[in-house]
Design a protein around this ligand. Structure first.
Ligand SMILES: Nc1ncnc2c1ncn2[C@@H]1O[C@H](COP(=O)(O)OP(=O)(O)OP(=O)(O)O)[C@@H](O)[C@H]1O
Ligand SMILES: [Mg+2]
Length: 383
């Protein structure tokens, strides 16, 4: 069993830097939780406080219900894998993996057993007698993970362990770590600035920005019901489009005016939008939720001009402009799109998200989706 509870944790560094502000999240036993966010948002600091490498300025950390704030790192039964792997260059792979166990005075035969078992799991047995500098980046990364596995910790912590690998190897190691998580039944907390890693590996994602948690949820919850513009733009690639529209009333109906286009909101969004009558809001739509139409459509038509065409093979990304606002669409068809062409797109209005222009938090409250309730609670807490 290993359940990690982070309760209202903050970190103040000397010099008045508040790197983490009132962070709250729970990592359930055997869960794979990913902390994701841009550089400097406080991911490493959060992880280091959990590991006991950094003092907690405020708040409480519990592992299996036991308060950890004053427990030294070595007694927390946690293993951390660092971005640079931190391997000892003059020791063999075997000794690198065995070192921590020697320090803990584990018996030699037991060390032998654990190192070989971890090496077998990670497929690095042939390299046990080499030095790390005679290994590829991916192999070194596995040794660093192996060193964590032999300790049989309650919780694994990973700080951007794949960032030194090339793109292809990263994809492979990503799958290997997910597989390892299942085989070890381990509780893992993983830090990355790469939203694709977060989406593909996590059971639960914690999105951070400027030291503050923005939203916590499973990958598709965050994708479908982002709590604010930041999460909406950060999760998903290419990112969600944001168009400024004015909420107006026309012939007794609530409409969205975008100067060169007019949209009728989906029925489930009307209630939330009513409060913004006469005001501007941000209309958020994902690139794949813009449907290409060969001719202008009578309803919800957005006329655009192509500025850039990116053919990716499986799909085409079109950079567009409504003349006043840019947007990006993802299309599957292989039409001959050319820069300067005028096209028409119709958004799936039920997939649209709406954000308050000032606070940038989602303004959808009553569209009946259970996840939205959770988002609003999280949004309120983070405000
Ligand atoms: N020892 C320190 N003293 C003072 N400020 C620090 C210290 N360590 C980190 N910081 C500051 O705290 C903030 C959060 O840093 P942190 O390393 O947690 O970010 P991160 O999310 O891990 O970023 P990255 O993706 O670049 O690794 C940053 O503004 C950083 O400059
Ligand atoms: Mg970091």
């Amino acid at each position: 069993m290993a359940r990690v509870e982070v309760k209202g944790i903050s970190k103040d560094y000397a010099g008045g830097v508040r790197a983490v502000k009132n962070a709250n999240f729970t990592v359930e036993d055997q869960e794979f939780v990913v902390l994701v966010g841009p550089s400097g948002c406080g991911k490493t600091t959060t992880l280091r406080m959990i590991a006991g490498l950094e003092e907690i300025s405020e708040g409480e950390l519990y592992i299996d219900g036991e308060l950890m704030n004053n427990i030294p790192s070595k007694d927390r039964n946690i293993a951390m894998v660092f971005q640079n792997y931190a391997l000892y260059p003059h020791m063999t792979v075997y000794d690198n993996m065995a070192f921590g166990l020697h320090m803990r005075k584990v018996e030699k035969p037991e060390i032998y057993r654990r190192v070989h078992e971890a090496a077998r799991i990670l497929d690095i047995e042939p390299y046990l007698h080499r030095n790390p500098n005679a290994l590829s980046g991916g192999q070194r990364q596995r040794v660093a993970v192996g060193r964590a596995i032999v300790r049989n910790p309650k919780v694994f912590l990973f700080d951007e362990p794949l960032s030194n690998l090339d793109a292809k190897l990263r994809v492979q190691m990503r799958a290997e770590l997910s597989d390892l998580h299942l085989r070890l039944d381990a509780t893992m907390i993983y830090v990355t600035h790469d939203q694709v890693e977060a989406m593909t590996m996590a059971n639960k994602i914690v999105v951070m920005k400027d030291g503050k948690i923005q939203q916590t949820g499973n990958p598709l919850e965050l994708y479908d019901y982002p709590a604010n513009k930041f999460v909406a733009g950060f999760i998903g690639s290419p990112p969600m489009n944001f168009l400024t529209v004015k909420v107006i009333e026309k012939n007794g109906k609530l409409m969205l005016n975008g100067v060169s286009f007019e949209l009728a909101p989906a029925p489930e969004h009307l209630e939330s939008l009513k409060k913004y009558l006469g005001k501007e809001v941000l209309f958020g739509i994902r690139p794949e939720d813009l449907v290409f139409a060969k001719r202008p459509q009578p309803e919800n038509n957005i006329g655009v001009k192509i500025t850039v065409v990116e053919p990716l093979g499986s799909e085409i990304h079109l950079w567009l402009t409504t003349t006043t606002q840019p947007l990006l669409a993802k299309v599957q068809h292989r039409y001959k799109f050319r820069v300067g062409d005028m096209l028409n797109f119709v958004p799936y209005m039920n997939k649209a998200r709406y954000f308050d222009k000032e606070s940038e938090w989602s303004l959808l409250e009553n569209d009946g989706m259970p996840a939205v309730e959770a988002i609003q609670t999280a949004a309120q807490a983070a405000r």
